[in-house]
Write a new protein. Structure first.
Length: 260
């Protein structure tokens, strides 16, 4: 029997109602599917039933990927990648109209999301992104301005993704039971009105400005922009704290930073 590995953040989804609820978020028939962290294949089984055009599975655990290979060895649409998702070029796996699913390991879920957000080509080839996070992290991703959960991750996410749907998943739906509730979020790619050359610049300036999130931005903003640039941004006041600045202003700061 294959036991869950804490080192890989494994919690296997076992509730059939939740599995079906995730898969039925959108119609995946004849679409190219990517599944991140397939585990024992709970979601995989339902995906295959929906007759996708192709299914690329990313599973880091050698023994689980071996089991999946045995299970689907006669299924020509299934291809399994025994890789660490953080070291794999997911963007290259995406074909036109791909859908990405992921019951993500809690310990690296934010890194996986940021990796997808930083795809070089945008709009990307995927049309829908359906991921499961720890509830606390999921709320930070969803964080609206102004709210307690608003911050670097929600600014970065909202620049490139639109949230369409979300629902909670109880710890009892997993084996072993995690100590926390999970949150499934359905995203769709979007284009911002402010086009940046590289989203990494937005990541960089939010990291700098939020490095002292309880203090006013007057010192940190000068690390990324000149006085002239600062004065050119409407509604940007130096006595504000990072969480008091709207996402669009951060996008404008990143745009000016790129011109330097």
């Amino acid at each position: 029997m294959q036991y869950a590995k804490k080192s890989l953040g494994q919690n296997f989804l076992i509730d059939n109602n939740i599995i079906k609820k995730i898969i039925n978020i959108i119609d995946i028939e004849n679409k190219n599917i990517i599944e991140i962290g397939a585990g024992k294949g709970a979601l995989t089984n339902e995906i295959v039933k929906k007759k996708p055009k192709s299914l690329s599975i990313i599973e880091k655990d050698f023994y689980l990927s071996k089991e999946l290979n045995l299970k689907y060895k006669n299924n020509k649409i299934v291809k399994i990648y025994n890789f660490d998702v953080l070291k794999l070029n997911i963007e290259k796996l995406c074909r036109k109209n791909s859908v990405i699913f992921g019951n993500l390991p809690y310990n690296i879920s934010s890194q996986i999301l940021v990796k997808i957000l930083k795809f070089k080509k945008w709009p990307p080839k995927f049309t829908d992104l359906i991921l499961m996070f720890q509830k606390e992290l999921g709320e930070k991703i969803l964080g609206k301005f102004p709210s307690a959960n608003y911050g670097r991750l929600s600014i970065l996410t909202s620049y490139r993704l639109k949230i369409l749907k979300k629902f909670l998943v109880s710890p009892s739906c997993f084996l072993p039971k995690p100590k926390v509730t999970s949150l499934v979020i359905h995203f769709k790619p979007q284009l911002s009105t402010i086009i940046l050359k590289d989203i990494s610049n937005l990541e960089k300036i939010t990291n700098i400005i939020f490095s002292n999130k309880r203090k006013m931005i007057n010192k940190n903003i000068k690390k990324v922009l000149s006085k002239k640039d600062i004065s050119s941004i409407n509604n940007l006041k130096l006595n504000l704290r990072p969480a008091e600045i709207e996402p669009e202003i951060f996008y404008s700061i990143a745009k000016l930073y790129e011109k330097r």
